[in-house]
Ligand binder design. Structure first.
Ligand code: HEM
Length: 141
């Protein structure tokens, strides 16, 4: 579970990203498509070239959803309920892919934030993303 310190660190990290949401989201998606090519099969309708308008727009949406999750960090299930339905019933995204996206986000944060991305911050974001992934996957049960 996230400790009070974890929550503080996540909020701090997120605060440093403000204004760069689209870039961070797009880079995360680009890394995911590149490092885990099967993830591309969910986006046959997208232009998957680096920095495409669709990747940028989608990246913005994903980061905005994570921002909403952070604002509702004590109530993730409710905050992400719609997205959970979407990913489970409509998109049928195999839950293993949530880990890939989380892993790519970690790399993007680390490269952008350098020293500010301390092991403590890394650990907090890791726990947070696991929480988000569990909620997005909970409808599959
Ligand atoms: C759509 C968030 C993981 C595949 C979306 C949308 C959001 C979102 C906000 C847009 C919903 C809307 O337009 O109403 C997230 C978050 C994730 C996550 C927060 C994990 C932390 C994934 C993964 C995949 C995936 C791992 C597949 C590899 C899709 C697809 C769409 C979508 C195919 C529809 C895209 C479109 O046609 O516009 N997701 N997502 N998502 N997501 Fe996810």
């Amino acid at each position: 579970m996230l400790t009070a310190e974890d929550k503080k660190l996540i909020q701090q990290i997120w605060g440093k990203l403000s204004g760069a949401e689209e870039e961070i989201g797009a880079e995360t998606l680009w890394r995911m498509f590149h490092s885990y090519p099967p993830t591309k099969t969910y986006f046959p309708h997208f232009d998957l070239s680096q920095g495409s308008d669709q990747i940028r727009a989608h990246g913005r949406k994903v980061v905005a959803a994570l921002s909403t999750a952070i604002k509702n960090i004590d109530n993730l299930s409710q905050a992400l309920s719609e997205l959970s339905n979407l990913h489970a019933y409509n998109l049928r995204v195999d839950p293993v892919n949530f880990k890939f996206l989380a892993q790519c986000l970690q790399v993007v944060l680390a490269t952008r934030l350098g020293k500010d991305y301390s092991p403590e911050a890394h650990s907090a974001v890791d726990k947070f993303m696991s929480g988000v992934a569990s909620v997005l996957a909970e409808k599959y049960r």
